[in-house]
Design a protein around this ligand. Sequence first.
Ligand code: NAI
Length: 360
Amino acid sequence: MPHIVETIPQAIKIAVLGAAGGIGQSLSLLLKTQLRSTSHVHLALYDVNADGVNGVAVDLSHVDTPVTVSAHSPQTNGMMECLAGADLVLIPAGVPRKPGMTRDDLFAINAKIVTSLADSVAQHCDLGRTFVLVISNPVNSLVPAFVERLAQRVPEGIDASRRVLGVTNLDVIRASAFLHELAIAAHYKPRDNEMPRVPVVGGHSGETIVPLFSLADQAFPLTKDQLQQLVHRVQYGGDEVVQAKNGAGSATLSMAHAAFKCAQGFVALLGGEQEEYQGTYYVSLLDRVGQPIGAGAGKLLALVDGCSYFAVPVSVTVGGGIRDVDYKVVQAMSEYERTSMLPLCFAKLKNGIQAGRDAS
Ligand code: NAI
């Protein structure tokens, strides 16, 4: 006898904006095939490339996992259908880098795309419950642009700064992968064959990326030179991919993996499997009325020279959004990291934040 099908008590809707692109396709595949949840999950895929997104959705819908999939595009007024009721909105929409470009070179075109998506989110999402993860570059500027555009569009009482998070997890993943690679090359076996974990704070571009190897959860006896090379590699790791792809784009597969891990954390939170979720994101440290987001943000602001957006471990709840940030990781960094790396980060980050604000 077949089981009687139960009605769906709770569903989580994930919208991917830019789903036909390099990141969007790989990320959607991971969400369709690898996501674990006790709740039903629906993937709503949107792209301005209608044929592209239809193809991706039909292709994925043949995979035998419980996640359901739909395609949306401007041709069918699909933005409203895509965003209505979305719990999590993932945004990899925009143009990627080509060799010789910095992330800031993408700013003009991607700021237009992302602020228009902020208008759509303000119009169609309930920001009392929706989380938005911004992947498009330059993250340092596009998150302030998105947050501040949303703040202009949503009613008072809704705090967009607590619901929008910039995805910097690829930097965390690169720090872990590169440290592991070096340790293996030097014949050190990681503990229990586990990947070492390294906090990375600051922003998501060049010297604004501050990997804290002094706080890695596994220490290897590396020379000062090796450590400096590791820091540089994490800061400019994206260039390795851009050069290797030689004009065909930037990181897509590693980025999809990084964003998938973020999405999995949010799905566990949204599905009630955990009450609080912690992860590293680039977020506003100030709420809508200019007060620090939690006691930790108040302390962090004094440590980061007043940068009002910063990548740092954050704790998030469904109802309250970003509840607090972990300032202790910044307080605990080594003297070298504090005096040699942080000042370079601050100056560039502040420029990036201002550019984003101006574009909102
Ligand atoms: P891609 O060009 O392959 O895909 C972008 C997709 O966005 C395309 O399918 C395009 O049709 C779509 N799109 C453009 N405008 C749109 C709009 N208004 N609404 C919906 N969709 C729209 O680019 P890729 O490689 O997927 O990269 C996407 C973005 O992610 C780039 O800005 C890139 O720099 C960024 N990125 C971010 C990383 C991070 O660590 N946060 C790492 C790697 C890339």
